[in-house]
Design a protein around this ligand. Structure first.
Ligand code: G3P
Length: 224
């Protein structure tokens, strides 16, 4: 089954959607944490309270040189949670991924803007790839096509690596990548809201209720 992540550290939103969806965990990045004013330790502790101890978290390194990325990755991996270390797929990042994988640390290659960049990250040993779908769309390339190419390359090369598309602005983008059979996905709060609501649903449910009460008043189904 696809791994479903929320791309937010908003505790209230995670609590709301964890109650009604099979959430695997949360993906973070430095911008998300900085915007919320919440550090990694506070975020993971609070999110574990909400989702449970089996939650998986994706945490990005801040370091930018190969040696520093490797050292930071080891520290992130040592946190008392199920953590995947996010490493931007730059030249230094690819070198770091090769080294980090020797320590059996789970890695997500992030900031992926092309199929070739993602594919090379997978060859370096990444466990997850995060192509930025909407950001590619807004830059004139086709985010869904890049995900399709990545998925094909992983399959052709029999690589044990999941595509975890990120950066969405609408449900069409989400459905298009899910139909490609991606192994994971991370969704922003506003897009999850769009996915679970439809203007026709509430009126339909109200009609059922009105029809029922007109005949059976306050009786429940099994009491009728
Ligand atoms: O981690 C990357 C993802 O959060 C990017 O999303 O909406 O900033 O393009 P966005």
């Amino acid at each position: 089954m696809i791994e479903l992540y929320l791309d937010t550290v908003d505790f209230e939103a995670v609590s709301r959607f964890n109650a009604c969806l099979p959430i695997k965990g949360v993906t973070t990045n430095p911008s998300i944490l900085a915007k919320a004013g919440v550090g990694v330790n506070q975020a993971l502790s609070g999110l574990t309270d909400i989702i449970g101890k089996d939650a998986r978290f994706h945490v990005q390194v801040i370091s930018q040189t190969v040696t520093d990325i490797v050292e930071e990755a080891k520290k992130i991996d040592a946190l008392p949670y199920d953590v995947v270390v996010k490493i931007p797929a730059t030249e230094a990042g690819l070198a770091a991924i090769k080294k980090v994988k020797k320590f059996d640390i789970k890695v997500l290659a992030t900031a992926i803007y092309s199929a070739q960049q993602g594919f090379l990250s997978a060859l370096c040993g990444a466990d997850y790839l995060a192509p930025y779908v909407n950001r590619m769309d807004t830059m004139g390339s086709n985010g869904v096509e890049v995900v399709a190419d990545l998925q094909l390359l992983l399959t052709q090369n029999n690589l044990d690596c999941k595509v975890l598309p990120a950066s969405f602005k609408n449900t069409l983008q989400v459905m298009d990548v899910m139909k490609l059979g991606v192994g994971a996905i991370t969704l922003p709060v506003d897009v999850v809201e769009q996915m679970i609501s439809h203007p026709a649903v509430e009126p339909a449910v109200k009609q059922f209720s009105d029809d029922w009460q007109g005949v059976f008043n306050t009786k429940l189904s099994y009491e009728s």
